[in-house]
Design a protein around this ligand. Structure first.
Ligand SMILES: [Zn+2]
Ligand SMILES: [Zn+2]
Ligand SMILES: [Zn+2]
Length: 318
């Protein structure tokens, strides 16, 4: 029987369509290719990107570099805001790119563990630095892989968007956490993680990190990675926690790659806003289904892979 499930935090509902449940092989399709040609992010073409903000070098060559997005969604230009029916404000903020490998065909999860960790440190530092700006309320770090998932360029990269407003989704998660805390004096995501790591939705765990397919997964093979200790942001992770977190991300993504032949995906960090307390987590959303009329019209989702199945498949590849 199909089941309606609610997200841990949000009033967001998903129909888990186990009656037409699909297997990983049902999703392996031919991916859209990128046009062949010069790549803005490859070594030698550094002058085609806006001036660099920073880089990591090894043996005289860069391994990671970050710079403003050439076509930013948010900028530091300011105009006065207006309220009411046609509320507006300047799309104030910063929009940056982090290119995490000089190799055109290397994916994030294929980097050596130490290099992946360095990239996450760059992400943590960008969040920290951009948050120092008074006009910035939130910094969202995310990655799109594959054309179907919205990556306009083939060369692997992260995006960082600093916003003058806390995104509603994050705000709702913060509020739900607060409400639960008031009632129980506990963190809703600490409790969720403990519970899910004992469930059939568990994907992977070690001493410091847990991975699971969320109970109300919106998407086939959705997975969340979470530090076990209650930390609000990436830069609060201790060295051994950082290593463990990175390893969990690597294992999960490599298992996904193996299972579905490197599918398109999106992932994003949900860290705490400057004010507010949210247990940091990474949400991995493979892009295998199309959101259409039902999803847009209802803000609900239909997922044809029960998370219990997703977790089982993930585990075979870890
Ligand atoms: Zn390239
Ligand atoms: Zn917590
Ligand atoms: Zn979240």
């Amino acid at each position: 029987m199909n089941e309606l499930r609610k997200d841990y935090l949000l009033d967001r509902w998903v129909i888990i369509a186990s009656e037409r449940a699909k297997r990983p092989t049902d999703f392996v399709v031919k991916k859209e290719e990128y046009p062949v040609g010069a790549c803005y992010f490859c070594p030698g073409n550094e002058n085609t990107t806006p001036p660099e903000i920073g880089r990591i070098e090894k043996d005289g060559r860069w391994t990671v570099r970050w710079f403003p997005n050439k076509y930013p969604a948010t900028t530091e230009k300011n105009k006065s805001a207006s309220k009411g029916l046609l509320a507006s404000a300047s799309a104030y903020g910063r929009h940056e790119i982090i290119v995490e490998t000089p190799l055109h065909n290397q994916d994030f999860e294929e980097l050596p563990l130490g290099d992946m960790q360095e990239v996450l440190e760059v992400c943590a530092n960008r969040i920290k630095q951009l948050n120092q700006n008074k006009g910035i309320k939130y910094v969202l770090v995310f990655k799109n892989r594959g054309r179907e998932a919205g990556a306009s360029l083939a060369h692997s990269h992260f995006q960082v968007i600093a916003l003058s407003k806390i995104p509603s989704l994050v705000e709702k998660e913060v509020q739900a956490s607060r409400k639960y805390w008031k009632k129980t004096k506990r963190c809703i995501l600490c409790d969720t993680l403990k519970k899910e790591l004992k469930s059939e939705r568990k994907v992977y765990k070690d001493k410091n990190t847990g991975v699971f397919a969320p109970y109300a997964s919106r998407f086939p093979f959705e997975a969340w990675v979470m530090p076990k200790r209650h930390v609000k942001n990436l830069d609060e992770l201790k060295p051994e926690e950082k290593k463990s977190f990175t390893l969990a991300v690597k294992k999960t993504l490599l298992s996904l790659d193996k299972m579905l032949n490197k599918p398109p995906y999106n992932f994003y960090f949900h860290v705490s806003p400057k004010k507010g307390d949210l247990h940091m987590h990474l949400e991995i959303c493979p892009k295998l289904s199309i959101q259409a009329g039902f999803e847009f019209g209802s803000d609900m989702y239909i997922n044809v892979v029960p998370p219990e199945d997703a977790a089982r498949h993930y585990k075979t590849g870890i």
